[in-house]
Every structure is written in structure tokens, then in C-alpha cells.
Design a protein around this ligand. Structure first.
Ligand code: C2E
Ligand code: CA
Ligand code: CA
Ligand code: CA
Length: 279
């Protein structure tokens, strides 16, 4: 029995060791990725439900590792956040998206909003307002076309400071969207204190429409709640016609999802945008 115990212990520590080693390797590879230009931004169209026009795009980070190929953010964002590397990566995503947006405007593509995900760490580190001001200035991208996506849970940390930071950003003309809405525990009264423009319904409330009555109730309630706060409401993860029809009936403004398009490399997104007829 003693022998088994020792064995068990050794196995446990080996596993921990391998985990730590894998993490360290990931961290080192992330470092290399930043300097080696292995990151790419993909763009997923955001569509007006009323007009069926592309009104914007969400910028989604992809890591094109020379050895492993395209790695999704779920595999590395949390490590990037824990190690602080998210600051550099996030800054790069912001600049790259604004640079690309300026380029599309110069090519006379229809003007659209570009939404960038912001980690809570980025919001509270240094002077985010100044950083973004510099990025907008250097890229020449208009502030009123930039949208920042913050998760509902990010708003729950350091509330008073967050309100001030968001007010500062909005004074520059930047729009603020709440991502993954419905997954936290925000009440209407709570949400009211933040200067917001867009409410994004989390895809978990969309995926089972029209089969799960509870999810349909929640989605409908979020649309009504968003509108009562005079916010634009966008549903994410829309994959079927039935889901879109239900959201349309509820008066939801915009949607995003595989039904219209997956996130696309910049050139493919520009192609799609250029084929769009003027409204
Ligand atoms: P998110 O912000 O909620 O992004 C939406 C995710 O849903 C994306 O996954 C997108 O590809 C996926 N998606 C889009 N349409 C559909 C659909 O119809 N069905 C389903 N099932 N999924 C759909 P992705 O690109 O893998 O990103 C995952 C998460 O990684 C994002 O979730 C966001 O939290 C984070 N992320 C991505 N890019 C960045 C970034 O530049 N900075 C930061 N801080 N986080 C990022
Ligand atoms: Ca998002
Ligand atoms: Ca989301
Ligand atoms: Ca569900």
C-alpha cells in the first residue's frame, strides 16, 4: 500500500510538472509570436436585422503558429492575461484593427464600425484613454467607428473607476458594447450607471432557440431591457433562420453568427463588404 501511495504521489507531481512545463512553453511561444508577427485579426460581420446590411465587424484574434497552425483565442487568452502579455497583444489588436479600418476607408469601402475585445486588465492598466487616443491618431481611424467590447463580468470589477474610464472613452466618440450579456448577474439598475451603447446577447441564450422556452424568454427580456435603456441590442452566435426570425420578432437590432458568416481573414471580409449594395 505504501508503495502505491508513493507511486500515486510521484504520478501526481509528474503531471503537475508536465503542466507547468507546457505552460512555460506556451508562454515562451507567445513571446515569440508577438515579435515574430504570428498574430492575425479575423473579422466577423455584424448585420442589421432590418436592412440585412453589414454595419460592422468584430475583430477576433488568431494565432498562426508556424508549427501548430491557427490557434483559437480560447487556447491562449487566459495565459496571456495571467502573464500580462495581454497588454502587448491587446495593443497590437487595437492598432492593427484601426490601421485596417483606415485602409478600407481609403479604398472607399462602405464605412462600418469595428469592434475590438478589451480584456479587463487593459482597462485598468495605465491610461487606456491616452493609449487609444494615440492609436486613433496614428492610424487615422475615426473614433466614432471604433467600438470596445467589455464583458459583463469586467464591469463588475472596480465599478466607480470603470464608469470614469468609460466616460472618458465615450467623450472621445468611442462606442462601448457589453459582451456576453446575461451571463453575469447585472440588474437594470446596475447597468444604468455605465455609459453604454450596445448590449450583446450571449450566444448561449441564442443557441437553443426555438427549442428552449426559457432561453427565448431571456433573449426577449434582454432585447426589451436594452431598448428601455436606449441601447442597441445585438445577438451573437446566430446560426439558423429560425433564430433570426425569433430575434426579428423581438425587435433585436443587429446580429452576428455563422448564419451570415464565420470570422474571415481581412481580404475575404473586404471582398464581402465590397459586394454589398448601398442601402
Ligand atoms: P467573444 O468575444 O464572445 O467572441 C465570439 C466568439 O464566438 C468568437 O470565438 C467567434 O468566432 C464565435 N462565433 C461567432 N459566430 C458564432 C456562431 O454562430 N456560433 C458559435 N458557436 N460561435 C460563433 P473566437 O474567435 O474563438 O473567440 C473566443 C473568445 O476569445 C472571444 O469571445 C473573446 O472573449 C476572446 N477574444 C478574441 N479575440 C480577442 C482579443 O483580441 N482580445 C481579447 N482580450 N479577447 C479576445
Ligand atoms: Ca466579443
Ligand atoms: Ca461574446
Ligand atoms: Ca441553452
Amino acid at each position: 500500500a505504501k508503495h502505491d501511495g508513493r507511486d500515486g504521489y510521484r504520478y501526481f507531481s509528474e503531471e503537475l510538472f508536465l503542466k507547468a512545463k507546457a505552460r512555460l512553453e506556451l508562454e515562451q511561444r507567445l513571446h515569440r509570436a508577438i515579435t515574430g508577427q504570428e498574430f492575425k485579426v479575423f473579422y466577423q460581420p455584424q448585420i442589421s436585422i432590418k436592412t440585412n446590411q453589414i454595419i460592422g465587424a468584430e475583430a477576433l484574434l488568431r494565432w498562426d503558429d508556424p508549427e501548430y497552425g491557427l490557434i483559437p483565442p480560447s487556447e491562449f487568452i487566459s495565459v496571456a492575461e495571467e502573464t500580462g502579455l495581454i497588454q502587448n497583444i491587446g495593443e497590437w489588436v487595437l492598432y492593427e484593427t484601426c490601421r485596417q479600418g483606415r485602409d478600407w476607408l481609403d479604398q472607399h469601402l462602405p464605412p462600418i464600425n469595428l469592434a475590438v475585445n478589451l480584456s479587463p486588465l487593459q482597462l485598468h492598466h495605465g491610461d487606456v484613454r491616452q493609449l487609444i487616443g494615440t492609436i486613433l491618431h496614428n492610424s487615422g481611424f475615426p473614433a466614432h467607428h471604433l467600438e470596445l467590447e467589455l464583458t459583463e463580468s469586467a464591469l463588475m470589477e472596480q465599478q466607480e473607476e470603470t464608469v470614469k474610464i468609460l466616460q472618458g472613452l465615450r467623450q472621445q466618440g468611442i462606442r462601448i458594447a457589453i459582451d456576453d450579456f446575461g451571463t453575469g448577474y447585472s440588474s437594470l439598475a446596475y447597468l444604468k450607471q455605465f455609459p453604454l451603447d450596445v448590449l450583446k446577447i450571449d450566444k448561449r441564450f441564442v443557441e437553443d432557440i426555438p427549442h428552449e422556452r426559457d432561453d427565448m424568454e431571456i433573449a426577449a427580456t434582454i432585447v426589451a431591457m436594452g431598448h428601455s435603456l436606449r441601447l442597441t441590442v445585438l445577438a451573437e452566435g446566430v446560426e439558423t433562420k429560425a433564430q433570426l426570425e425569433f430575434l426579428e420578432q423581438q425587435g433585436c437590432d443587429y446580429y452576428q453568427g455563422y448564419l451570415y458568416s464565420m470570422p474571415l481573414p481581412a481580404e475575404e471580409f473586404a471582398q464581402l463588404l465590397s459586394q454589398q449594395n448601398p442601402p
